[in-house]
Design a protein around this ligand. Structure first.
Ligand code: ARG
Length: 480
């Protein structure tokens, strides 16, 4: 036992190559506590890309010669492969992925390897790696979000003329087209797409070259680095450069909004999938059984997406709280930024990927949906409009229809079952054409203002959506 501890300490002393100023070695417990390797190993590829860009800049600045540059680049690419194949055993005692890679580089190239970190600090290194990671995640997530939007439009196109009760306060309100309902979610996800691309813009700033906080001493061509790494801008203040995590928060905010919208949609589908509603049928592959009740077919996937939303929103809050009291510039607290971002990014990506398949395969029970309209109080607002068209001011009409609804309720009749005489007794301007209002299509098609549920209006909007999707697809592929 004793021997093992001694060996470990010896290993730490020997391997930790940034401890020149220390008399004593870092203790094992400290090394374990401060390490971020488990999380930031996901940044390996970006770290190597960032190092290669930096390498080009230090070659240009005359810090390494052409041969050294070639050797270092080759070694870095080799390390990339070694990490991918699992050949290189990453070790927590070097704290993070950045130090593990540098350690290996120096092992491979003992004389030129140690030059790579000239004119760079881990603070700007971490920042640029994280930005590269976030940019990449945004592109991936925006891609699957776009596919979901496309699925929604396809489902909507098939269901323009499927009329169902629309709800407010979760009570029957007015008839709407199912396409209109689906399009409401399309709108939410389109706003989310914009949020993601706006977070991309915030992230698209090269911070490498900020050094520890003050900038760097050498003639580092930061524009060259930005060009190599595909950044649109170069940061203008080195202190902000190393301590800014707004991009991570904005990204997580966009993720939280996506999760929130998914969660609402899931909630709705769970309800629609219930026996009482029966509006939809989920494909077997997205449902699970119960360990005791043989008849069950549970909407677990939808429930889990809804359930995971809490964690995603908390991750956003974690980032806010982590940052809120930090003085300039880098503080070690900021090492805690990656976990919430990476966790949320992967959860949202997975949720979107599976949810879009659910939308693609869900069956809408159109008959059941339209049966909901048999409760013809959904036409009460149309009746109010009917009387307005006959000259009655809206408030008076609202009041009269209220009395009609009340009367029908007392009589135990539906609105459409009342006789013209009964209508006339309550309000004499009622005429036999009053019975025309009990028609789903007439009802929805009278909502023909922009954004309304009239079939014609929806069809026009769906065309706009299709065009919007094409444009967004093009825009997405133009991102570096
Ligand atoms: N692993 C650390 C992080 O991810 C690197 C910290 C570098 N800077 C420092 N001053 N210790 O944030």
């Amino acid at each position: 036992m004793k021997k093992r501890t001694e060996n470990k300490t010896a290993a730490l002393k020997h391997n930790n190559f940034v401890r020149g100023r220390f008399k004593d070695d870092i203790s094992e417990i400290t090394a374990n506590f401060t390490a971020s390797l488990d999380i930031d190993k996901k940044l390996a590829d970006f770290d190597i890309d960032g190092s290669i860009a930096h390498l080009c800049a230090i070659e240009k600045a005359g810090i390494v010669n052409e041969k050294e540059k070639k050797d270092i680049e080759k070694a870095l690419l080799r390390i990339k492969e070694e990490i991918k194949s699992g050949e290189l055993i990453l070790n927590k005692k070097y704290e993070d992925i950045h130090m593990n890679i540098e350690k290996r580089l120096i092992e491979l190239l003992p004389s030129s390897g140690p030059k790579l970190h000239t004119g760079r600090s881990r603070n700007d290194q971490v920042s640029v790696d994280f930005r590269l990671y976030v940019k990449n995640e945004i592109k991936k997530i925006a891609g699957v979000l776009l596919s979901l939007r496309a699925e929604l439009v396809s489902a909507a196109v098939l269901n323009v003329e499927t009329v169902m009760p629309g709800y407010t306060h979760f009570q029957h309100a007015q008839p709407v087209s199912l396409a209109h309902h689906l399009s409401a979610y399309y709108e939410m996800f389109t706003r989310d797409f914009k949020k993601l691309t706006s977070a991309y813009e915030t992230t698209d700033v090269l911070t490498l070259g900020s050094g520890a906080l003050a900038g760097v001493d050498f003639d580092i061509d930061r524009s060259l680095e930005a060009e190599i790494l595909g950044f649109g801008k170069v940061s203008r203040n080195s202190m902000d450069g190393v301590s800014d995590r707004d991009f991570a928060i904005e990204f997580n905010f966009a993720l939280s909004m996506i999760a929130l919208h998914l969660s609402r949609f899931c909630e709705e589908l769970i309800i629609w999938n219930s026996f009482e509603f029966g509006f939809i049928k989920l494909k077997d592959e997205f449902t699970t059984g119960s360990s005791i009740m043989p008849q069950k077919k549970n909407p677990d996937v939808l429930e889990l997406i809804r359930g995971k939303t809490g964690g995603i929103i908390s991750n956003l809050i974690s980032l806010f709280i982590m940052m809120k009291s930090l003085p300039l510039a880098y503080n070690r607290d900021m090492q805690e930024d990656k976990k919430p971002v990476m966790e949320s990014a992967s959860t949202v990506y997975d949720s979107l990927s599976i949810f879009k398949e659910i939308i693609k395969t869900v069956e809408f029970n159109k008959d059941v949906m339209s049966r909901g309209l048999k409760n013809d109080t959904v036409y009460a607002t149309d009746m109010a409009t009917y009387f307005v068209k006959k000259g009655l001011p809206f408030r008076k009409s609202h009041e009269a229809v209220g009395r009609i609804v009340n009367y029908a309720e007392i009589k135990g009749k539906k609105l459409s079952e009342l006789s013209l005489k009964e209508y006339k007794n309550i309000i004499d301007i009622a005429d036999k054409d009053i019975f025309n209002i009990f028609n789903p299509e007439t009802s929805v098609n009278s909502k023909k203002t922009i954004g309304g549920t009239a079939f014609k209006q929806i069809k026009k909007t769906l065309k706009d959506y299709e065009k919007e999707i094409r444009n967004d697809k093009q825009f997405l592929s133009s991102l570096k």
